[in-house]
Design a protein around this ligand. Structure first.
Ligand SMILES: [Zn+2]
Length: 453
């Protein structure tokens, strides 16, 4: 009896002790282009408070009934707003963390419950109020003629492809055979795909995640919408409990999720207003709710059928470089695929839990092959079905016409004969002879003949 009591007392005591103090077991810091994220790993949930102080700018984080049991020496502070991080105890019970800041930030904090990868976490997001240089900055190159051509090429725009490398930052994604991390593999493939699209005339890539930081799933699609993307492609690598699972797959949104997502968007006024200019340029604001619902449904249905067709092309070219997990485009309710107005696909490039696939996916050689396969699928789809008004649409239409067809062109401000010639794939001399011009001077409003491209 006595022993039982002693054990009980010991258990109670240790319970009381662990309840009394929350241990901060780890501190992590990640930098994204618009914010930095500080994460405290805790062994239990704990109340906290944050506030800022100025001159000099500081952020104070008080975690009640906690103590620091981790090192903060190796946090990456060369970029981002945090210059220095200090800690101390307050009232003998509370942990105070002080960040010395390079400039003012908008801080937001919240707690996260344990999940598969992490335990209790306190997250402090520091939104930059001023632009902070993130590593190397490449100066904006504006070569004048090219800029002018782009500017006046209103009816021949590029197809914008938003490339989303899954996971990032504190979310490593799948951790595969030999410790290979999904977030790293997929960012490498995304960057290679970006390079390929950059080189291809008529395409313009937009990398959603550019480095090792986390972006919320809904934010990823928001970034794509802001970039006016024609396509959203999310790149991942799978893991499964069995090391035997292998092969790539491509996903589009399921019909059921698409329908409920349309309803959700409609219900959410803020999101619906986000769509203005998205659904074929139609505003949902000034339409009746019912009509808006129909439009949204149509848009979602159109997006979905493009996603399925394009996904099929990507899957087809992936099948030429490696195994496929499934021979058809699968459909699931992934959050990143839920843009009603942007065709979206998710590519699982292979299984990191499969030793031989993990080895391949880790290497630059196979990453290149994978990027090329995805690129071929995208290009193949848009060559046969280019969006209206794009460069690809213009060359597709042109190939059916005789090359000596003539159309008329009205000179607008900033036009020069050489730019017009470039744009219509002809020479200044040809334009002059076609129009009987003696010099190359033109005036605004003047109508000239140009070869139809
Ligand atoms: Zn993933």
């Amino acid at each position: 009896m006595r022993i039982v009591l002693a054990v009980l007392l010991f258990v109670l005591q240790s319970l009381w002790l662990s309840a009394a103090y929350a241990d901060v077991k780890g501190v992590r810091l990640w930098h994204a282009p618009e914010s930095s994220r500080l994460v405290f790993d805790l062994n239990q949930a704990s109340e906290h408070k944050i506030f800022t102080l100025s001159s000099p700018d500081r952020l104070v984080i008080d975690i009640y009934g906690a103590r620091l049991n981790a090192s903060m020496d190796d946090l990456p502070m060369k970029t981002g707003p945090v210059k220095k991080i200090r800690s101390g105890m307050r009232n003998k019970t509370d942990l105070r963390i002080v960040l010395d800041l390079a400039h003012k930030v908008d801080p937001k904090s919240f707690q996260l419950k344990p999940n598969k990868k992490y335990g209790h976490r306190l997250v402090v997001d520091l939104y930059h109020q001023v632009k902070v240089p993130q590593g190397k900055i490449t100066p904006l190159k504006i070569s004048k003629p090219v800029f002018e051509v782009k500017d006046t090429l209103k009816n021949k725009r590029d197809i914008i492809v938003a490339i989303d490398a899954g996971h990032g930052g504190e979310d490593p994604g799948a951790i595969g055979h030999g410790g290979v991390r999904e977030k790293k593999v997929v960012l490498a493939i995304a960057k290679k795909l970006e390079k390929l699209l950059k080189k291809e005339k008529g395409f313009k890539p937009y990398l959603v995640r550019k480095g090792d930081y986390y972006i919320g799933l809904r934010d990823r699609t928001k970034h794509a919408r802001k970039a006016n993307a024609d396509l959203f492609i999310s790149i991942h690598a799978d893991a499964f409990s069995s090391p035997k699972a292998s092969g790539g797959s491509v996903f589009a949104l399921s019909q059921k999720s698409a329908t409920s997502e349309a309803a959700r968007w409609l219900a959410d006024k803020e999101n619906a207003s986000d769509l203005i200019g998205g659904v074929g340029g139609l505003s949902l604001d000034d339409k009746e709710d019912l009509l808006a619902g129909v439009l949204l449904d149509l848009s979602m249905t159109a997006s979905l059928s493009i996603s399925l067709e394009l996904g099929g092309k990507v899957l087809g070219s992936m099948g030429k470089i490696g195994r496929l997990h499934k021979r058809h485009v699968e459909q699931a309710g992934f959050a990143v695929l839920k843009s009603p107005d942007i065709p979206s696909v998710l590519v699982e490039t292979g299984f990191l839990s499969n030793p031989s696939e993990a080895r391949k996916l880790k290497g630059s050689n196979y990453q290149n092959k994978m990027a090329k396969a995805i690129f071929k699928g995208i290009k193949g789809y848009f060559q046969t079905s280019p969006p209206v008004g794009t460069y690809l649409a213009s060359i597709k239409g042109g190939s059916n016409k005789k090359s000596n067809t003539i159309t008329r062109y009205t000179i607008s401000a900033g036009d020069t004969l050489s730019v017009i010639a470039q744009r219509h794939a002809t020479s200044m001399a040809k334009l002059k002879s076609l129009n009987g011009l003696k010099s190359s001077s033109i005036r605004v409003g003047q109508v000239i003949k140009v070869p139809a491209s």
